[in-house]
Each structure stands twice: as C-alpha cells, then as structure tokens.
Ligand binder design. Structure first.
Ligand SMILES: [Zn+2]
Length: 289
C-alpha cells in the first residue's frame, strides 16, 4: 500500500516505526514530501530520504522505553540522509549509552519518485519473549506457540502469526473469563452475570466467547473508551478473510497489544487483590491470638 505524506514530520514518525518495530522484509512505499537531495563526495546528487534523529524504544539495560539517538550515519548540519541501496544505521540509548540498535535499511527511489524502504537486517533481533507478567499467566505450551507467532510476525508472515495468536487466545480465553469473573465478583458478589460467565466457559464458538468477554470487561480496563477485548474479534475467520500477510501483521500487532494489555491488567489486579486478602487474613489471625 502506497502511503502519501504531506509533512516530513509525519514521515519521520512512520520511518521510526519501521526502524523500531516492523518485521524484516516488509516494504514501506511512500510518496509526497519525503524526498531530499543527497550529495556524496565527487558524485552527482541523487534523491534520498532523511533519517529520524531520535526514536523511542525499549532499552534492555534500562528496562524501560527510552529515547535513542542516531549515531550513524552522521551529517554536518541538517538531518542525516540516505540514498544508497543499503544503509547501516546505529541508534544508542540516550540514558545508559550502553545499548545500541543496529539496522540495515534498503532504500530505493523508482522512476515515479516512489520511495521503497525495507529493513533487511537488525541487531539485537526483534523480541520473541512475552513480558514476565504475561509469561507467568501462560502455560509452557502456549509460550512455545507465542514464540512461533512472533517468529512468523517478525519475518512478515502475518497469516501464520495470527493463526498462532488465535490458538493462544482460544487456550487462554477461559482463564481470561475467570479473571473477569473475579473482577466482577469483587465489585458485586451477587451479580447475576456471574452465572452467565461460567456458562460461557463451555461455549465452543470463538467469536461468541470473545464478544461476551468484551461485554463483561470491567470499565477500569477499557482504554479511553476503547474495549481492548473487542479488538480480538479480528482474529475470527471473518476478520481474516482474504487478508494479505502484511495486513495480517497489522491485525496481529493490534490484537497482541490488546491481549497483553488485558491479561496483564487483570492479572495484576487479581494478584494485588489476593495479596490484600492474604494480608487481611494474617492480621485477623494476629488479632485472634
Ligand atoms: Zn538504556
């Protein structure tokens, strides 16, 4: 899909997304206000693009999202540019200065001045592991499937990636319904919805279950009016019908984010609540003595 950019800043943001999170070998095709002229010593000027000076990325050393600064290629004044077939790019974490992200970017400008940008290599590799809290909620079997899902996603095999993710969500949905039931119980122990929730655990149709879980999700876990579980409906076969690998990568990224967010938030609340109950019990025992 060809993307048109009216503003350089918007293109810069998109390019940062490609550098940080896009799979290898997925092509970003862009046009609009993106071209610059690149002079290289002793050679004629050629069309190219500007690279972002800074990106946001998770730092393994700092254990959080940090600002990263472009160190290579560097340019005297203005933005570093690239026009060559393959450009080596290095970003360093601005906070710890010990983490580096190395990326090989292939940039080609065709006769119609459309720019084709592909990430053809990176180090360290794209992430294959879930966050510790998500991992603690998954079985060993699901963890293996999760790594397969990300391996497909990171190689731009979106169709395979969503198939694996759907299987994981199917395996986890009863656990998810249990967490939702616990959250519902905490706010109203006699809620008539609780019985329906336990009935739904026996439901065989994936889309029915997802829609029901979405309806029951506590308001505190909805993000700015959006219901993250409803996003998972895209994993049903209607959602995937006739979709390309690249479209499936986008569906996968959206669904993965929603799934992780919901599991992590519900589990955190659940564990905190369990800790609180334990502490209260311990206090009561002390008093009784
Ligand atoms: Zn760092």
């Amino acid at each position: 899909m060809l993307e048109t950019f009216e503003k350089k800043a918007a293109f810069e943001k998109r390019l940062a997304e490609v550098i940080v999170g896009w799979p290898l070998y997925r092509t970003l095709k862009v046009t609009g206000d993106v071209l610059v002229t690149v002079d290289s010593y002793g050679q004629r000027a050629v069309p190219g693009i500007e690279l972002p000076l800074e990106i946001d990325r998770y730092c393994e050393t700092c254990k959080q999202i940090q600002r990263w600064q472009l160190k290579q290629p560097h340019d005297q004044g203005g933005f570093p540019k690239t026009s060559s077939e393959i450009t080596f790019i290095r970003f360093d974490c601005k906070n710890c200065e010990s983490g580096s992200l190395l990326v090989f970017l292939r940039v080609r400008v065709d006769e119609e001045t459309i720019v084709h940008i592909v990430k053809v290599g990176q180090y360290p590799a794209l992430e294959l592991n879930p966050s510790p809290i998500l991992a603690s909620a998954m079985t060993r079997n699901d963890l293996a499937l999760y790594r397969h899902a990300l391996t497909c996603r990171n190689s731009n095999f979106g169709i395979g990636a969503v198939a694996y993710l759907r299987r994981i969500v199917e395996n986890q949905i009863n656990y998810l319904l249990d967490l939702i039931a616990d959250a519902a119980k905490a706010s109203d122990p006699d809620s008539p919805l609780l019985e329906r929730l336990s009935e739904m655990k026996g439901e065989k149709r994936f889309s029915e279950k997802i829609d029901y879980a979405a309806e029951m999700l506590p308001k505190t876990i909805r993000r700015g009016g959006h219901n993250p579980i409803a996003t998972l409906h895209d994993l049903t076969s209607e959602g995937l019908h006739n979709k390309s690998d690249e479209e499936c990568v986008d569906i996968f990224d959206r669904c993965k984010l929603a799934f992780e967010y919901v599991i992590e938030r519900l589990k955190e609340d659940h564990d905190k609540d369990a800790l609180y109950q334990e502490a209260m019990k311990a206090l009561a025992r002390k008093k009784a003595r």
